[in-house]
Design a protein around this ligand. Structure first.
Ligand SMILES: *[C@@H]1O[C@H](CO)[C@@H](O)[C@H](O)[C@H]1NC(C)=O
Ligand SMILES: *[C@@H]1O[C@H](CO)[C@@H](O)[C@H](O)[C@H]1NC(C)=O
Ligand SMILES: *[C@@H]1O[C@H](CO)[C@@H](O)[C@H](O)[C@H]1NC(C)=O
Ligand SMILES: *[C@@H]1O[C@H](CO)[C@@H](O)[C@H](O)[C@H]1NC(C)=O
Length: 397
């Protein structure tokens, strides 16, 4: 804990914490959605009431709080637009559950269910979001090509100084939480829950964003627990439990020729249980000017993970537009330190890098991954780096 306090990130965290404490104090104007016509019965559509409450909060010259009391609120897709807001900070305190309509088409006609666009200083405290995605997953599982893609449950786009604290997201149609084009975001004590076989239900997706922190969260879902897309910088992820799910993934990157890189990502104290991957870096086998630089995977416990440590630069789904090409994504300066546990397959450590842009400066330190209580194996191609301390399986760098 003492070490934690020396990190400059801590400062940023405490500033945000103060913002939260301040914003929940009774001194500031509070807007109750019930006074705007919201009905906590789970049946009456409360979308307009929520939007009207937002408009009122947003028009205030002061920091405001929107209060959502206990109960279930039926909501269609909605956008909380922030570019004309006067209020410097809006706290949304949710004691209730926001529920999607049973007919999945209502959300699926939109890209997002609850979308914050161009907001700054927004904090969400508590609450549950139930997107009722199971019927759409069933449609997709039946191999029906007419199923819609589905909506992301909660998205922040082009926003700053955001805090999400203590939220529960259930059964998203697509991603649960997406952070896109944002700066200064803290997500903490969040719980994400969806079936292990639910398609494309990434827990937290981050892209084109800077200074995003994810702390002390539990993610059980059908796709990546956390996925990190192009243009992500200065991310701090700590105290995450993942599984079921596809692990923590940087990528897929390099789908486009012109693409911003991923820089300075730290992932600490992770627990993976029964996931398909642990730490994965993944790029398309296509030309691109993107990159991955400065990643630290520090301290992880893996239990029955299929690919505990993996770099896959030959991603080419359906063998379309990529076979026989190499990835342009340059991966460099990646540290794996203090990682132990069990692999569900013999190859616990796999670096399958690009032949045109080999991985550079990969460091392995104090790694101990076993397979069926025996030593696991590793496999490397086009990867350069070194190992420090004890590394099992025997590294192939
Ligand atoms: C975000 O918060 C920081 C520190 O509290 C503040 O200096 C900055 O102006 C805020 N940015 C926006 C866009 O509100
Ligand atoms: C996260 O959890 C750790 C260990 O349980 C605790 O010490 C720390 O205060 C928590 N931090 C946040 C931001 O919740
Ligand atoms: C890396 O990101 C962390 C936040 O995760 C930040 O505190 C640190 O200053 C960044 N380092 C650089 C070199 O930008
Ligand atoms: C690696 O982990 C296994 C299983 O937990 C343990 O039995 C073994 O002693 C460890 N090896 C080292 C070198 O720490």
């Amino acid at each position: 804990m003492a070490k934690f306090f020396f990190h400059s990130y801590t400062l940023h965290y405490f500033i945000l914490l103060q913002l939260c404490i301040f914003s929940t104090s009774s001194a500031r104007p509070s807007i109750n959605v019930l006074n705007y016509g919201a009905k906590p019965n789970g049946i009456t559509d409360s979308t307009k009431a929520f939007l009207d409450a937002w408009t009122a909060a947003c028009a205030s010259a002061y920091s405001t709080m929107i209060y959502i009391p206990k109960g279930r609120y039926l909501l269609s897709p909605l956008v909380f637009q922030g570019d004309k807001c006067k209020s410097p900070a809006i706290t949304i305190r949710i004691d209730g559950t926001l529920v999607a309509p049973l007919d999945y088409m209502v959300l699926a006609k939109s890209e997002n269910w609850i979308n914050f666009n161009k907001v700054s200083g927004v904090s969400i405290i508590g609450g549950a979001l139930d997107a009722k995605g199971t019927a759409l997953w069933a449609c997709k599982a039946a191999g029906n090509y007419n199923c819609p893609t589905g909506a992301t449950t909660l998205r922040f786009t082009n926003s700053n100084n955001i805090s999400i604290n203590g939220l529960l997201s259930l059964n998203a149609q697509m991603f649960h939480i997406a952070i896109n084009g944002c700066e200064n975001v803290i997500v903490q004590r969040v719980r994400v829950l969806a079936a292990g076989d639910s398609p494309n239900t990434d827990g937290i997706h981050i892209q084109l964003s800077k200074s995003v922190t994810v702390m002390n969260s539990t993610i059980q879902t059908g796709d990546d627990c956390i996925s990190i897309g192009p243009g992500s910088e200065n991310l701090w992820i700590e105290g995450v439990r993942c599984g079921p799910g596809h692990g923590i993934s940087i990528g897929s990157l390099g789908k486009d020729v012109e693409e911003p890189g991923v820089r300075n990502v730290t992932v600490k104290r992770t627990i993976f249980a029964d996931t398909t991957n642990g730490f994965r870096i993944k790029s398309w086998a296509r030309p691109s000017n993107g990159f991955v630089q400065g990643v630290q995977f520090v301290g992880a416990l893996m239990r029955n993970v299929q690919n505990p440590i993996v770099i896959d630069q030959h991603y080419c789904p359906h063998s379309l537009n990529c076979p026989n090409q190499e990835s342009g994504i340059q991966v460099s300066d990646v540290l794996y330190q203090g990682i132990r546990g069990s692999s569900a397959t013999q190859i616990a450590l796999k670096f399958d890098c690009s032949s045109t842009n080999p991985c550079k400066d990969i460091k392995l330190q104090d790694v101990n991954l076993t397979f069926l209580d025996q030593e696991a194996q590793s496999s490397c191609s086009n990867a350069d780096g070194k190992s420090l301390g004890r590394v099992l399986p025997e590294n192939c760098l």
